[in-house]
Design a protein around this ligand. Structure first.
Ligand code: NAD
Length: 437
């Protein structure tokens, strides 16, 4: 099929490359000329494992091109909308200007029979509104909502072999023309057994909001348990293992730590609350306010733990923060808890050095006042305390003896509960975890 992908960020660039890998002819379109120049040259404009190799592989076939010229959408059968929906400044709601602008810009190039497919995470009601816009311009074109569930760090695999597809179409009818078109787009993963569910627009939009709310709630639940563990001397990691063995609960997403961040969960639960408020259903989601509050409290609690570790004051303490990205295997620093903690430590008088394998450029653009050092050993040199805040493999694998020779004082806070406390203590370190004795 001929496909256009509008918006080539973390979601769209991967989607475009994967659609070409599935055998389609794809044009990726973005307003950011620098991003397009990178992608056209076969460079991933951000770090995502496997993306660069995939770009080079599919570009050689001639099936994938990139442009900033929207008129190149002309002639595609399917148009995926993958632009951003960030949090509005000073409000909880999602900023819909990019989705609206991208759809508006696409209208002149639509033909009868074309299918516009929304993938961005949007407030419920958006698909119905955009469908009206599309059909007012081209009555023979359709719109479907196909929310995206990929995880940064696993985005290529998640796009090529997702655990499910959700198609939102008018009336939720299996017989709607869009269903057959999407089945053709995704024929390969569907053939390999990926489940697909057909729903009406509102349900499809809500599936994404509900999934992210559930994941955020699970993380904040275990972090709330960590707070209680800290008050009682109990160990949240053992607690999580024990409750996680119950398969109604499950062990995944039960890792207590400094909380969630990134370009999705925080803004998505806030946008969901805002939209529910507009719909008169705000009471149903008041628990998400608590989920958000527990999450943000982890950040200030981590600063307190760091202060304790440093003997009661942060003033003048040389603190090395390991990790700036919101999660490992990503260079995304949007609403990163690690960076937000690093900035708070600096504000409170610590001399902070941040290291990260991939995200230092993004981090420096967001927090230019922090000191960044790429090399881990150099970053650790002479530190009064170390904070492991993003669980990259190279930090999980740090050797306590070797690390001890680099720092000035053997004090470490494991903000992700990934280090073996006994091993580090045996090597002479004073070590704290989150929700652990
Ligand atoms: P992003 O900021 O990385 O990418 C958005 C891209 O859209 C940017 O490159 C921007 O230049 C481009 N853009 C903006 N306006 C445009 C226009 N009018 N025409 C063409 N391009 C335009 O954001 P992202 O992380 O890729 O997220 C995109 C959407 O996908 C969001 O709604 C997000 O919630 C959702 N989502 C993201 C992920 C993820 O892991 N990143 C996962 C699932 C869903």
């Amino acid at each position: 099929m001929r496909i256009s992908v509008i918006g080539c960020g973390y979601l769209g660039a991967v989607h475009a490359a994967c659609m070409a890998k599935l055998g389609h002819d794809v044009v990726g379109i973005d307003v950011d000329e620098n991003k397009i120049a990178d992608l056209a040259a076969g460079h991933a404009p951000f770090f995502e494992p496997g993306l660069e190799n995939l770009l080079l592989e599919v570009q050689e076939t001639g099936r994938l091109t990139f442009t900033s010229d929207m008129s190149r959408a002309h002639g595609s059968d399917v148009h995926f909308i993958c632009v951003g929906t960030p949090q509005k400044k000073g409000e909880n709601a999602a900023d819909m200007t990019y989705v609206d602008a991208a759809t508006q810009a696409l209208l002149p190039y639509l033909h009868s029979g074309d299918l516009v497919v929304g993938k961005s995470t949007v407030p419920v009601g958006t698909a119905a509104r955009l469908a009206e816009m599309v059909q007012a311009h081209e009555p023979g074109a359709h719109l479907a909502w196909n929310p995206e569930f990929l995880r940064e760090g696993h985005a290529v695999k998640d796009t090529l072999t997702p655990d499910r597809f959700v198609y939102g179409v008018p009336g939720g009818s299996e017989d709607h023309a869009a269903v057959a078109v999407l089945d053709e787009v995704y024929a390969t993963p569907l053939g390999m057994g990926t489940q697909r569910l057909v729903a009406d627009y509102a349900t499809a939009e809500l599936v994404k909001a509900a999934a992210n709310s559930f994941l955020a709630t699970k993380i904040s639940f275990i972090n709330a348990m960590a707070e209680v563990c800290e008050a009682t001397g109990a160990d949240v990691t053992v607690l999580a293992d024990a409750i996680g063995l119950d398969d109604r609960i499950g062990r995944k997403f039960l890792n207590a730590g400094i909380g969630f961040g990134g370009g999705c969960l925080p803004k998505d639960i806030r946008a969901f609350m805002a939209r529910a408020g507009e719909l008169g259903a705000d009471q149903a989601l008041t628990f998400l306010r608590e989920v958000d509050a527990i999450n943000m409290r982890r950040r200030s609690r981590t600063v307190e733990l760091a202060r304790d570790l440093c003997g009661g004051t942060l003033m003048g303490q040389r603190i090395t923060v390991l990790g700036a990205a919101f999660k490992p295997d990503s260079d995304d620093v949007r609403d990163s808890p690690a960076l937000s903690i690093a900035a708070q430590l600096q504000l409170q008088g610590a001399v902070v050095t941040v290291s990260d394998p991939q995200s230092l450029g993004n981090a420096a653009r967001r927090f230019p006042e922090l000191n960044y050092v790429a090399n881990t050993a150099e970053a650790l040199n002479n530190a009064d305390a170390v904070l492991l805040l993003t669980e990259w493999k190279e930090y999980r694998d740090l050797d306590p003896f070797e690390t001890g020779t680099l720092v000035k004082q053997m004090r470490i806070l494991d903000g992700r509960n990934v280090l073996d406390l006994q091993k580090w203590r045996a090597a002479g370190w004073s070590i704290r975890g989150i929700g652990r004795p």
